[in-house]
Design a protein around this ligand. Sequence first.
Ligand code: RIB
Length: 306
Amino acid sequence: MSVIVVGSFITDCIATCKVAPKGGETVRGLSFNTYLGGKGANQAVASIRMGSDTLMLGAVGDDNFGHAFIDCLKNEGFDTNYIVVDKKNPTGTSLVTVEESGQNRIVMTPGANTAYDYNLLKNYENEIKNANCVVTQCETTLDVVVELSRLCKKHNVKYIVNPAPALKLPDEVLDGLFLLTPNENELGIQIAKNPETLDEYIAGAKEMLKKGVKNVIVTLGVNGSLLVNNDGTCHIPSFKVKAVDTLGAGDSFTGSLSAMIDQGYSIIDAMKIATAVAALEVQKPGGIPAMPYKEEVFKFLEKAGK
Ligand code: RIB
């Protein structure tokens, strides 16, 4: 069993504040911290901590943040020989504000992430061929997303795309895609509409099915998640928890969902488990440091009677 995550490494510089500043305004922060994150790295750590053999492909800069990522991934049990150390670009960064409500705002500067050469993926065709699931997001380049689609189709591997930050995916990626995991806004970008109700999310997801996507899971934040496929629709509610930082919640969901699919769970069971992972993740600050371990997740589910 294995998962390959191809994606971003980003250092999150997070200031918490009561309410984030409007344009031209300065507010006093409550705390400041740097955490290792990025959608790709968050998803990869979520997957490995949920017990899947996980490989991460991506690029860091040759700087302190980049070296910290390599040490961190080594400690998590990854083979870090697959990480490119780019000499020309710094490691990606995100400037993040987190309000007391848990709401975040992010300015992401990709740096080395967009320097990842998609041609490198051909070198890992064998690893891709032997994986159960390949996962990516949109913090590297569209070329990476497209090349992975080609390789996954060639080898009949389950390809999972989290279209975040929001990017309209070309039809060639949607055609035959195993799973797309947009939030409401990212779904809107795919269909060039602004869906706002459950019925509109379902209609939007059905447009994706028409383009050849096999499963769409729309993540709805506190409202849970919605699966739409040719068998029908299924809504999984979220757990009521007190969020201290929602950064990385979507990544914890997609990463753990991929791990559970890799481990043979049905999509609906994988969604239930991933919902618990996200509920635990939002109760701690940061991306990677907040990812829960499998044991903790199953205890949480048992306590919740699920
Ligand atoms: O999804 C959250 C992640 O996206 C953060 O770790 C931040 O780096 C942004 O890229």
